[in-house]
Design a binder for this molecule. Structure first.
Ligand SMILES: C[S@@+](CC[C@H](N)C(=O)[O-])C[C@H]1O[C@@H](n2cnc3c(N)ncnc32)[C@H](O)[C@@H]1O
Length: 340
């Protein structure tokens, strides 16, 4: 699989030494009072309350803002592709499922694109939306439970699910996907790596941005919830019995430093993704599994503020990796293999 090219730098961004993004995104609120909607508050963040197992990312306004930005980055980087939502060759689907739908934006957009399909989005926390297209159903459920949908799906999609499941749980999710797809149906997953990189050495080796990826990867390992899903998913999808496996690698620039217009736009939005997402990505991992001892809430906040500050520096031509995998359930619908 071809490695994406080095990203060319826009020399004009050197003028942008100060803040380049106003924080003017609208936040979502909800007034529904059930315990599922209230969630669990910890370290100033709201977490899902449906599953007994803790899920590491909060479900609150700041994090939904990050999901929205991540969705846009994924779309911008596929804007030259007729369908920016998925690569699976599914042309007139009847049933589509989005696992871990978050704010539900992918499911809503795909429902708009395929008005004859029913698009389900499922998540542990109720997606904060007040209106969805009539062919979109957003549901609150734990995907680790036995699936009760009667229909078989043409496409099952997952995006940015890193750290969601322990090892055996991932195998169970892929098995359920396999069993609930039509013969010839497709699974598609897009994941990003937390490791920040450069092509041109513009980030000094001692910069704190180099520390983030290895730090959260190590926390994920200690937690038994690897956040290295990016590197692990293709093999797992293959082991689950899927064939016709395709991969596309991306560089997700952070900041408006690339010369290329599309990458610059992606970089601007991805900067917002990181600014709004960082604390939520790190809080649970670092306060429970930080080294050399679990960190305090304040330590995490200071760390994230320092990272955000460094991400403002347009001299650092930083990016992180993205990988999309799409694969097919065999047409003969052979039964799921047992994973080792
Ligand atoms: C990082 S978010 C990504 C959201 C969305 N896919 C996107 O790309 O914007 C991962 C989502 O997976 C959901 N999730 C984690 N474990 C889950 C489970 N067992 N069942 C259903 N959803 C789950 C979380 O609640 C969270 O909203």
């Amino acid at each position: 699989m071809a490695e994406p090219e080095a990203i060319a730098v826009d020399p004009d961004t050197y003028a942008l030494e100060s803040t380049y993004w106003p924080d003017d995104w609208q936040s979502e609120t909800t007034s529904i009072g059930s315990s599922i909607y209230r969630g669990l508050i910890e370290n100033g963040r709201r977490y899902q309350a449906l599953r007994n197992e803790e899920y590491l990312i909060p479900a609150d306004d700041a994090q939904f803002e990050a999901y929205e930005a991540g969705h846009l980055v994924a779309l911008i980087l596929e804007s030259s592709h007729g369908n920016p939502f998925f690569r699976s060759p599914v042309s007139s689907p009847e049933h589509i499922l989005d696992i871990g739908t978050g704010k539900g934006t992918w499911a809503i957009d795909v429902a708009d694109m395929f008005p004859n399909a029913t698009v389900r989005g499922v998540d542990l926390f109720p997606p904060p939306v007040s209106w969805v297209p009539p062919n979109c159903v957003l549901e609150v459920d734990d995907i680790q439970q036995d699936w009760t949908w009667h229909e078989k799906f043409d496409l099952i999609h997952m995006r940015i699910m890193l750290g969601s499941f322990a090892e055996g749980e991932w195998d169970r999710v892929y098995k359920q996907c396999y069993d609930n797809l039509k013969p010839g149906g497709w699974i598609e997953q897009l994941e990003v790596s937390p490791v920040i990189q450069t092509d041109d050495g513009s980030l000094p080796p001692d910069n704190i941005l180099n520390d983030w990826g290895p730090n959260v990867l190590a926390c994920g390992e200690r937690a038994g919830r690897s956040v290295n899903t990016f590197d692990q998913m293709t093999k797992r999808i293959q082991s689950a019995g899927f064939t016709n496996v395709h991969e596309k690698l991306y560089k997700w620039p952070i900041g408006p430093w690339p010369r290329d217009k599309e990458l610059k736009e992606a970089g601007m939005v991805n900067h917002q993704h990181w600014s709004s997402g960082l604390e939520g990505w790190g809080m649970w991992l670092l306060t429970k599994f930080g080294a050399p001892h679990p960190w305090s809430q304040e330590e995490v906040q200071v760390y994230c503020a320092r990272l955000r500050n460094e991400l403002m520096n347009p001299r650092f031509h930083v990016w992180h990796r993205g990988r999309r995998v799409w694969a097919q359930k065999p047409l003969d619908g052979s039964p799921t293999r047992t994973n080792k």
